[in-house]
Design a protein around this ligand. Structure first.
Ligand code: MLT
Length: 311
């Protein structure tokens, strides 16, 4: 019968490669985490997860494409705090609803936020940075990955706290390309997720003033927390996670959830993620409901400040 054919087909999912949309340029945190996790998920699913970088509009272009695709499991996306929790308050005409209009799969990783700068930027530490940026707000520039992205969101909160909301901000298609310009010295500073900047900080190609978390990261033990460095009110935790179109068959959801969980339990995958500073998700955060709760919690937390932010 048709019903039988339908379930037999779902049981063999996936029978062809799965596209995982990364809504930013290659080399940024979303791309890095997607590639690490997809690598192992491909083994479990027995089909390639093909990363497709669909950048633009702070990641909302790629997420729109992913969550409005056919709900068949062949198009999924790696999004983050920006695309899933910040974008609704940033884009009044957003074409997707992260709370009611998509199928969450699970959190892939927590990504602490660092305030980083070009290596020759004058301020030596976070206190000097605060003083300098306030005194030179007409002159300094900041990079971000588009309105609603994590870099934009987190630096928007920082600038609001410092009382310099209008610092010149340069938009990129991802913080991967922004990081290149930070390394080459064209950009003064940015707020970025640890996974893309930790290696450049260790190599001395850029400097990190502070990590906006409660604790230092084992990946960058010498970088002080914002509390230690004199700006305790600036704390924010970012993250990356997987979503799919609403209406995905339950067994397809289960397979994707199980493949993500298995990837996050794999020693080699864990090592790669941890070395870059990723925080491994809890068991609850790896479930569709746990991830959905996180998205909602952060959307509620961020939306007042982001609705009011200059755009
Ligand atoms: C962001 O700023 O939202 C991300 O860092 C963008 C990216 O992954 O490139």
């Amino acid at each position: 019968t048709m019903a039988f054919a339908g379930s037999a087909q779902a049981q063999t999912y996936p029978t062809r490669p799965v596209t995982m949309i990364v809504p930013f340029a290659a080399g940024g945190p979303t791309d890095i985490i997607a590639r690490i996790v997809a690598d192992h998920m491909s083994k479990t699913l027995g089909q390639q997860l093909v990363i497709e970088n669909v950048a633009g509009a702070g990641g909302t272009t790629g997420i729109t494409r992913a969550v409005t695709a056919a709900p068949d499991g062949y198009t999924i996306a790696m999004g983050h705090l920006g695309t899933f929790s910040a974008a609704p308050a940033t884009y009044p005409g957003l074409k997707y609803d992260p709370i009611n209009g998509m199928q969450t799969i699970g959190l892939a990783g927590g990504t602490p936020i660092l305030i980083v700068a070009r290596k020759n930027f004058e301020p030596k530490d976070l206190k000097e940075f605060v003083t300098y940026v306030k005194a030179n707000s007409e002159k300094v520039n900041e990079a971000h990955a588009g309105l609603g992205s994590v870099s934009w969101t987190t630096c928007t909160l920082l600038k609001a706290q410092l009382g310099v909301p209008k610092i010149n901000a340069v938009a990129y298609r991802g913080t991967g390309p922004a990081l290149n310009d930070l390394v080459s010295g064209q950009i003064d500073f940015m707020c970025d997720q640890i996974v893309s900047v930790s290696e450049q900080v260790k190599a001395g190609n850029i400097k990190a003033y502070a990590i906006a978390s409660k604790q230092r990261s084992p990946a960058l033990p010498n970088v002080p927390t914002t509390a230690e460095a004199g700006l305790p009110e600036y704390q924010i935790e970012a993250w990356n996670g997987i979503a799919a179109p609403k209406g995905l068959p339950k067994d397809v959801v289960d397979r994707l959830v199980a493949a993500l969980d298995k990837a996050l339990n794999d020693e080699g995958t864990k090592k790669r993620l941890l070395e870059l500073g990723t925080v491994l998700p809890t068991a609850e955060e790896r479930t569709p409901a746990g991830f959905a709760a996180l998205i909602k919690r952060d959307a509620d937390k961020l939306s007042p400040a982001l609705s009011a932010a200059p755009k």
